[in-house]
Design a protein around this ligand. Structure first.
Ligand SMILES: [Zn+2]
Length: 193
């Protein structure tokens, strides 16, 4: 087999999920025009909580991968009533990053308003809608770090009110709504003992 072909075969699956992301930084800059006051208030909140550097704003405000089909905005500032949950989830992610329990990742879905959550087939009481949750996409083999992440969930998840799951697509869901773990319908919970 041609070496270049083999090389492409190895790297393509890792980058496939990110390569087709339409919600670019340029699109974010375009979207925030006209919403400047709202975005700046949210940025000021994150600065006040010392959480500005955990996840780039243009990723943190991504709504749902189905935004185009649902005719929704690609980005949205969560309502202020959800901001304490934004802070607690970002604090958890910062801790996971500090302890090197997460590989490099990209956020594909965070806050979803009720209409978008329903269109995107989110659970009725989805943490994406009622609190603040992150669906993240990672590259490469997950088994190497997922066991450690589940270990963290078992040991310290209760204190963080940490919700942790993985969808069939491989995306990881993290929130701080309530201590729990689950899996795909009919499958064992992600961090089953
Ligand atoms: Zn999720």
């Amino acid at each position: 087999m041609n070496r270049l072909f083999l090389f492409l075969l190895l790297i393509l699956p890792c980058h496939w999920a990110w390569a087709h992301e339409a919600r670019t930084d340029a699109l974010f800059e375009q979207w925030r025009t006209g919403r400047e006051a709202q975005v700046q208030a949210f940025e000021a909140f994150l600065r006040g909580e010392q959480l500005s550097d955990v996840i780039p704003l243009a990723h943190l405000l991504r709504t749902a991968s189905d935004w185009q089909r649902c005719r929704a905005d690609p980005f949205e500032v969560p309502p202020p009533s959800n901001w304490p949950d934004v802070a607690s989830t970002l604090r958890l992610v910062a801790e996971l990053k500090r302890r090197q329990l997460l590989p490099p990742f990209e956020v594909h879905s965070a806050y979803r308003n009720p209409a978008l959550n329903e269109c995107a087939h989110g659970a009725e009481q989805s943490a994406h809608k009622t609190h603040f949750a992150l669906d993240i996409v990672t590259a490469g083999d997950q088994s190497a770090w997922l066991a450690s992440l589940c270990q963290f969930w078992r040991n310290e998840g209760q204190r963080w009110h940490m919700g942790l799951s993985r969808y069939s697509s491989g995306r990881i869901h993290i929130d701080t709504k309530r201590y729990r773990t689950w899996g795909n319908i009919g499958k064992a919970p992600l961090c089953a003992q």
